[in-house]
Design a protein around this ligand. Structure first.
Ligand SMILES: *Cc1c(COP(=O)(O)O)cnc(C)c1O
Length: 369
């Protein structure tokens, strides 16, 4: 692997392959038939990863991942709907925030940042409140790296005849999700995470009947996925200016994804990255925040060293000077930092990052880990 330095070990934007970046050296016109085909090919490839072509539409949307989450809630939750939001970190809180801003009624259920929501929790919550129409959850909560039990929760939601909205931003493409087995109305992801494209567009897999019934729900013109989909289905074009370079890069990234062995291979590489990282850091005495059983191979939260000579800013700058970008922690109670396992990087890259961290801790005279 020959990525451009430095390596981004973060939740995104991520390190991309040279080939992916080179695909952006073309200026496509939005009316160009070749570009329309590129978009159609991207959507078909995305649906195939999910085994969702029979049941779901892929609706791409300009913007960062949050734009697509907001569009999914705004379009698929009717104005008189009520969302149960499952929270164990910052992205779950953002879901609740979106409901609040959009004026959708909602309730929240929050567990500790190291505690997955369980299907039993959801069972109890749905029994207690008949008014809930939708459940929204984060698959891999990127603020810690915790994995929530999506298939089990999806079955409970379906059993109650309710609708599920999944933020799978940091897991889609790497962790298996099969639309033939996991029922949902919407699953949201983006170009710049595990597919290793560049940031700039999200996409929503919307259940066909749910999307067809969603006309007029949305409070926003630009965020209306019903309109976005209908326009694209009719014309082959994006409604409003498409992020042409981002689409071209994602298409190239998806070609490489297939060539490398698709989801099983991506999952394996990230799992190997995570393993190499955990072992290397344990060798330095750095402890991970989550137990292995609930740790997704996406991003790892580490306890910061106790030594007063440790300061994240200084640590970050020194590790960066050695070619690796880390990420601050996002916990309120404990001092942590995060290291991503995703992007165009392999276990050799992860071991090199651990080595750089070891040297930096020595430079900083951090002894009390
Ligand atoms: C990255 C991410 C998002 C989207 O964040 P943006 O900054 O809008 O791209 C949403 N949810 C999760 C779980 C994520 O990891």
């Amino acid at each position: 692997m020959t990525p451009a330095a430095p390596l981004l070990l973060t939740p995104g934007p991520l390190t991309t392959a040279n080939r992916t970046r080179r695909a952006m050296l073309v200026d496509w016109g939005s009316w160009d038939e070749g570009f329309n085909q590129l978009t159609a090919s991207v959507c078909a490839r995305l649906l195939a990863i999910l085994h969702g072509a029979a049941s779901h539409h892929c609706v791409p949307l300009q913007g960062s991942g949050t734009f697509a989450v907001e569009a999914a809630i705004g379009t698929l939750v009717p104005r008189n709907g009520k969302v149960l939001v499952l929270i164990n970190g910052a992205y779950g809180k953002r879901l609740a925030n979106i409901c609040e801003v959009l004026g959708r009624d909602f309730s929240t259920f929050e567990t500790a940042e190291d505690e997955p929501t369980t299907a039993a929790d959801v069972e109890r919550l749905l029994q207690a409140d008949e008014g809930i129409t939708h459940v929204a959850l984060i698959h891999c909560e990127t603020s810690t790296g915790i994995l929530n039990p999506l298939p089990e929760i999806a079955q409970v939601v379906k059993h109650h005849g309710k609708r599920l909205i999944i933020d799978a931003m940091s897991s889609f493409g790497a962790l298996p999700i099969d639309a033939r087995q996991v029922p949902f109305d919407a699953l949201i992801a983006a170009s710049g995470k595990c597919l290793e494209g560049v940031p700039g567009m999200g996409f929503v897999f919307a259940e066909k009947q749910a999307l067809a019934a969603a006309q007029g729900n949305c409070h926003s013109l630009a965020m209306d996925l019903f309109d976005q989909y209908t326009y694209m289905a009719r014309t082959g074009q994006w409604r409003f200016t498409p992020p042409t370079h981002v689409v071209a890069a994602l298409h190239e990234a998806l070609l490489q994804y297939q060539e490398q062995g698709g989801l099983p291979a991506r999952h394996q590489r990230y799992a190997d990255n995570c393993q190499a990282l955990l072992e290397g850091m344990a060798g330095l005495g750095l402890r991970s925040f989550l137990p292995a059983a609930i740790q997704a191979p996406i991003i790892v939260t580490f306890h910061a060293p106790k030594d007063p000579r440790y300061q994240f800013r200084d640590f970050y700058e020194r590790v960066k000077a050695k070619g690796f970008i880390l990420y601050p922690g996002k916990l309120t109670q404990v001092e942590t930092f995060r290291v991503g396992c995703i992007g165009h990087v392999d276990a050799t890259g992860m071991r090199a990052a651990v080595k750089a961290i070891a040297h930096v801790l020595q430079e900083m005279d951090v002894l009390d880990i």
